[in-house]
Design a protein around this ligand. Structure first.
Ligand code: ADP
Ligand code: MG
Length: 569
């Protein structure tokens, strides 16, 4: 028999190190992660068996078995799901393919506390086994294959793969516990963890039956002619009535579907009946995953599509508009055909309708949050506001609702985090003010200190300061809100007369006089600048600065022009 030794990918070594060192205080999570993987493996088999029923064979009851052996000091988690081939063992348990991983790992500090949060957002998964084990063996046989393989590692940089014997398909993971981790060699402890973290996994999780009689017998543990009993509820959470589900159940389920380590911010659970029947359970995470904005658009863990309780695929791309890609959860349809393909999903009118309904649900949820829990909403906005803004341009049918969800700092904000909604802005508009004034800039300080603001500030007019990257593009799609037009303060004439004078009643006369007096200067400036400018004007725009650049109504913003220039356009 040949045993091959391989080296972990560098990123895996780093993740292992971080997981072991920063998650020790959360070490119980290893069981949740391994059960979650076993459940995914059963889901995958059930899906493949739609087309190839022979994969199930005699062994049609999918289950997850947890055993422990006090003498050998091992805990074993076994499933009869899809299993892994030799190549899959090496790829799935020896490498991390997510884009941006390297950069993310480099950005982590040596501070364990801070890292625990971050590595949790990354998704800890299989490697969490090494928090409690100093040696892990994974014996697996892919459904449809006769050959089994054992992957083994001490988590120290290398792993081995060797041929193995295994009776049925699936995967058995053996944890050789570290010194001092004996608390897991206990049926009650393992049961309590299953109840806490995995109660609503859709497959039975079984443990050796506890013997009620003599204590010595109990100590024999799981060896011998064992009987296993199901410990969890074993029904898919989303199929249960809402009033029977506790917040803790929802939170635990979120961790299973998202891979996130923290609690979700909010969720919405609904059953729709009518000409489309489906159930949705949608979560908004409290934090963006590490590669969320890095172009990684990690939709892998987004939205799981089930059809009649059978997991079909991750289908966030088909079931949600891109600007809601932060949403996690499950959609279970009664009506779609089980043999649905990705292509079919893309062009299905039924899917289109579900997508519309899900979009509405998420917007309802966010509106409610904004209305009732402003602080939580502010947290959401910080993480995902920039993503939501894309919707203003991408989804005209929801733009009206999305605009109500937008938040910006304004000239009345003391810091970039002091935000105002458009509704609030309109409410406190000055008498006679007809437009919603905004300024776009590349950065908070550039926005706040812009000379373009002077005339409006002097008149006490609030201006929204749009200082994020996406704002310039989004603002192009803002036309009206509450019947008020949007006006970019850096473009065209501002029509400030109606809004009163900045400096007293006789200002108009004084201004005209000043303009006349300035004419020779204006001519000189014109001559000096030549055709680098369209026009030189005396303006009421400024109160403190001597001059500023103004764009024509249809010109591109200055920082956009700079961006394009930098890009060589
Ligand atoms: P994730 O579950 O987020 O993909 P994990 O680190 O938990 O990441 O697992 C890595 C991969 O290893 C899984 O995606 C899966 O392909 C494979 N895997 C882990 N456990 C099992 C199992 N019990 N059966 C089959 N494949 C598994
Ligand atoms: Mg996992």
């Amino acid at each position: 028999m040949t045993v091959e030794t391989h080296s972990f990918q560098a990123e895996v070594k780093q993740v292992l190190h971080l997981v072991i060192h920063s998650l020790y205080s959360n070490k119980d999570i290893f069981l949740r992660e391994l059960v979650s993987n076993a459940s995914d493996a059963c889901d995958k088999l059930r899906f493949e068996a739609i087309k190839q029923p022979e994969l199930l064979g005699e062994d049609g009851t999918l289950a997850i078995d947890i055993r422990f052996d006090p003498q050998a000091r091992t805990v074993t988690i076994a499933d009869n799901g899809i299993g892994m081939s030799r190549e899959e063992l090496a790829e799935h348990l020896g490498t991390i393919a997510r884009s941006g991983t390297k950069k993310f790992l480099e950005s982590l500090s040596d501070n364990d506390k801070a890292n625990a949060q971050l590595i949790g957002q990354f998704g800890v998964g299989f490697y969490s086994a090494f928090i409690v084990a100093d040696r892990v063996t994974v014996t697996s046989r892919r459904a449809g294959s006769d050959q089994a393989w054992t992957w083994a590692s001490a988590g120290d940089g290398e792993y081995t793969i060797a041929p193995a014997e295994k009776a049925g398909r699936g995967t058995a993971i053996v944890l050789h516990l570290r010194e001092g981790e004996d608390e897991y060699l206990n049926g009650w402890k393992l049961r309590s963890l299953v109840h806490k973290y995995s109660e609503h996994i859709d497959f039975p999780i079984r443990l050796p039956a506890e013997k009620a009689d003599a204590d010595e017998e109990k100590d024999e543990g799981a060896s011998g002619g064992e009987t296993l009993e199901t410990v969890n509820e074993a029904t898919a959470l989303w199929t249960r009535p809402r009033n029977e589900i506790s917040d803790d159940d929802y939170k635990a389920f979120y961790k299973h579907v998202s891979g996130d380590f923290g609690d979700p911010l909010v969720w919405t659970h609904n059953r729709v009946e009518g000409n489309q029947n489906f159930t949705s359970l949608l979560f908004v995470p409290a934090r963006a995953p590490f590669d969320f904005m890095g172009g990684g658009r990690d939709e892998r863990k987004g939205l799981k599509l089930y059809i009649k309780r059978v997991f079909i695929m991750d289908a966030a791309e088909q079931m949600l508009p891109p600007y809601l890609r932060f949403v996690r959860g499950v959609v279970d349809s009664d009506d779609l055909p089980l043999n649905v393909s990705r292509e079919l999903l893309q062009s299905s009118r039924q899917v289109e309708r579900i997508k519309g309904a899900l979009t509405k649900r998420v917007l309802d949820l966010l509106e409610k949050l904004a209305r009732e829990e402003a602080e939580k909403y502010a947290g959401f906005w910080k993480e995902f506001g920039a993503t939501l803004k894309e919707g203003v341009a991408d989804d005209p049918s929801s733009a009206e609702r999305l605009m109500k969800l937008l938040r910006f700092p304004s000239t009345q904000s003391a810091s970039a985090d002091e935000l105002v909604s458009l509704e609030q802005y309109v409410e406190r508009m000055k008498p006679g003010q007809e437009a919603i004034y905004y300024l776009t800039a590349d950065g908070w300080n550039a926005a706040r200190n812009s000379p373009q603001l002077e005339a409006l500030k002097a008149r006490g007019i609030e201006v929204l300061l749009m200082h994020e990257r996406i704002d310039e593009w989004m603002a192009g799609y803002l036309t009206r809100f509450a019947d008020k037009p949007f006006r970019n303060v850096a473009k065209g004439e501002l029509d400030l007369e109606k809004l009163g004078e900045a400096d007293g009643a006789d200002a108009r006369a004084r201004r005209e006089e000043a303009a006349k007096a300035a004419e020779p200067v204006v001519e000189k400036i014109k001559a000096a600048l030549g055709d680098r400018v369209k026009e030189v004007k005396v303006s009421t725009r400024l109160t403190d600065s001597a001059s500023c650049l103004v764009l024509g109504e249809y010109d591109m913003a200055l920082h956009m022009q700079r961006l394009l220039k930098a890009a060589g356009q």
